[in-house]
Design a binder for this molecule. Sequence first.
Ligand SMILES: Nc1ncnc2c1ncn2[C@@H]1O[C@H](COP(=O)(O)OP(=O)(O)OP(=O)(O)O)[C@@H](O)[C@H]1O
Ligand SMILES: [Mg+2]
Length: 365
Amino acid sequence: MASITLNNIKKTYEDGVTVIENLNLEIKDKEFIILVGPSGCGKSTTLRMIAGLEEISDGELKIGDKIVNNVSPKDRDIAMVFQSYALYPHMSVYKNMAFGLKNRKVPKEEIDKKVMAAAKMLDIESYLNRKPRALSGGQRQRVALGRAMVREPSVFLLDEPLSNLDAKLRTEMRSRISMLHKQLGTTFVYVTHDQTEAMTMGDRIVVMKDGVVQQFDTPQMLYNHPKNMFVAGFIGSPQMNFIDCMVKRKGENYFLSFGNYEIVLPNRMNDYLVMYDNKEVVFGVRPEDLSIVKGKDEVNSFDLYVDIAEMTGADYYLYGTFNDKKIIANVPSNNNIKSDKKYKFKIDIDRIHIFDKINERLICD
Ligand SMILES: Nc1ncnc2c1ncn2[C@@H]1O[C@H](COP(=O)(O)OP(=O)(O)OP(=O)(O)O)[C@@H](O)[C@H]1O
Ligand SMILES: [Mg+2]
């Protein structure tokens, strides 16, 4: 059993600054969990507390059923992989991978079996006699993974393991790590600030900001039902558009009014909007939920002057400004689009998100 439970975890560093006030997480056995958030939000601190490399100021940390606050890192049955690889430069790949087991006095034949099995899985068998300096970044990172694997831990902790690699290698290593997780069937906790990594790899994702969990959910839920504007803006690329508007009611229907435009909201939103009649809110719409329309007076549409049209291959990213706010639309490249031209965009109202302007929480979507 390698579930991980954080109950009311607090972290105050020696300088007296509290970076995590009250963190609660329940990570299930065998889950692939991603911690994601902007720089300084407390991802590494959280991971290092789970690893036992950082003291926990208050609260309770459990691995399986056991409280481990005071258990030393080597007795926690975990292995950690760092961004910097942290390989021993004077040792061969084989020795780097065998080192931990040798220290634990594991018999030679057993070490050999484990190192060879890990090397095979990671496709680094032909480098076993090389020193780390004779390897590429991606190969070094695989050695670091291998060194963690041979210990057969029940939890893998990975702190931005791919951030030193170029884009192509990152993509390759991403799927390799996902495969590894499937094959090993152990719990993975993976830190990144790359939301593509988060979305593609995680069973569930913890979105953090300033030491506080904003949402802990599946990638699909984070993308389609973000609980606040921070999550909505953080997950998804290009970013969700946010437009200030006013809620209006006419008879049975609610509208959002912005500039000279009005959009009609679906009736299922009515109950949520009662408190917001005549109040300012923010509506969010993802770039792909805006589409170009040719007709004259399409409902739920607005005019946008496209400053720049970027062709990415399959899509165009269209950048414009509406009421002083940047707007991005993502439309298929089979449209024939030019920069410096005005287009009419239709908003897919089944895909919009309405947020409270003050506390930035979701009202309805
Ligand atoms: N040893 C320390 N003493 C005091 N403050 C620290 C210490 N280590 C980290 N911090 C502070 O704690 C906060 C969280 O740091 P942490 O390293 O956990 O962030 P992170 O989310 O991993 O960021 P990044 O994406 O940049 O790696 C930051 O404000 C950081 O300055
Ligand atoms: Mg970090």
